[in-house]
Ligand binder design. Structure first.
Ligand SMILES: C[S@@+](CC[C@H](N)C(=O)[O-])C[C@H]1O[C@@H](n2cnc3c(N)ncnc32)[C@H](O)[C@@H]1O
Length: 348
């Protein structure tokens, strides 16, 4: 999926085809304001005020505690973005906003949108990163509220991807033990455990992340079937031949090549014979054909915010082979915008 220019008139369409549209003018100005408009609408709870039904801009402003005139302008932007419909003086939510942006929707990605507020400042330093190579390893400096929002944001994405990951990962028959490295909120573990009634999972996380994500794990209502364990993926001993399934979902982009190699060796030793190690992550584009907009942007984002970036499928499979595992063919996620499941089996 990509974000791009969509003509609104026949004249614009012809201009686009003829190469007469100054793409950067629209992509930078519209893009900039679109992001901040959506973030503002979520932060100010403008959309939630419309949950019960249509309202005028004055009523929205009075409920949200905002100023009426700019509130109406923001609502008109949301109309142009097709999240809201305007009928005369009233505004009403369209289904896309109701499903993805309301606080109480089961599919809500509102917290993920709110997370943009923190990323905004980091991304403003992208040119420094490209010039100097220095990354912003800022998560350690987050306050408690920001850590909690980060964990809720990650939980929103996991809600979208976990059913597919749990359905497509090759889980050994009769599996009872799972280790979820960097598993944060534990939603992926919970999804596997619901599919495999005999399975119990341990979610290995940094202590500061456990503090922030413990309430999310508790809300899975799986009791001692899914528990947190404080640890560090870079150095921990995961044990010997004790896990049927180990997953590392969206964590290897935080680790250097040496750290990934070491992690995979320790995971391989910790798997039971026949056990499976699944790496789930965005992949680094390696050819022009494979370069999608989201993978390229993700690779740059991870480069800015971690010690490495995204890895290619070949690199993931190479760590697994080097550790004595037998890689399966990578599965491209249908809902993952460039994510893959790269699984490998410990030979029996
Ligand atoms: C992008 S989130 C992914 C969370 C979850 N696995 C998912 O797919 O939704 C990355 C998680 O890895 C954790 N993490 C990063 N470095 C780690 C390390 N060295 N050891 C353990 N966890 C780590 C972070 O705290 C964060 O919760």
């Amino acid at each position: 999926m990509r974000v791009g220019l969509i003509p609104e008139t026949a004249y614009e369409l012809m201009g686009l085809i003829a190469g007469e549209v100054p793409n950067p003018v629209i992509e930078t100005f519209n893009g900039l304001l679109m992001v901040r408009s959506l973030v503002a609408a979520c932060r100010l709870e403008i959309l939630d005020t419309l949950a019960e039904g249509p309202l005028s801009a004055i009523d929205v402003a009075s409920r949200a505690g905002t100023s009426p005139v700019p509130t109406e302008r923001l609502l008109d932007v949301l109309v142009s973005l097709r999240y809201v419909r305007r009928k005369g003086d009233t505004f009403e939510l369209l289904p896309v906003a109701r499903r993805w942006l309301l606080k109480d929707s089961p599919d809500s990605v509102r917290d993920y949108v709110l997370w943009r507020h923190y990323e905004w400042e980091w991304i403003s330093r992208l040119d420094d990163h490209v010039r100097t190579g220095a990354s912003i390893l800022g998560r350690g400096a987050l306050d408690d509220d920001a850590w909690q929002l980060y964990q809720r944001a990650m939980r929103c994405l996991a809600n979208l991807g976990s059913p597919e990951i749990a359905a497509r990962t090759p889980v050994p028959q009769g599996a009872t033990t799972m280790l979820d490295i960097g598993g944060a909120h534990g939603h992926l573990s919970a999804t596997f455990c619901r599919r495999h009634p005999a399975m119990k999972a341990v979610v290995l996380e940094l202590p500061e992340a456990i503090q922030a994500s413990a309430p999310l794990l508790a809300s899975e209502n799986l009791g001692d079937r899914v528990v947190h364990r404080a640890g560090d993926a870079r150095t921990d001993d995961f044990g010997d031949a004790c896990w049927d399934l180990v997953v590392a979902s969206n964590i290897v982009h935080n680790l250097t090549s040496d750290q990934c190699t070491s992690l995979t060796v320790r995971v391989a030793r910790s798997l039971k014979p026949g056990g499976v190690f699944a790496i789930i992550d965005f992949t680094r584009p390696t050819s022009e054909r494979a370069t999608g907009q989201t993978p390229a942007l993700m690779d740059l984002y991870f480069s800015l915010t971690s010690v490495s970036g995204a890895w290619s499928i070949e690199e993931m499979a190479h760590w697994q082979q080097t550790a004595g595992l037998k890689p399966y063919k990578a599965l491209r996620m249908r809902r993952g915008a460039g994510s893959v499941i790269q699984a490998a089996k410990r030979p029996a």
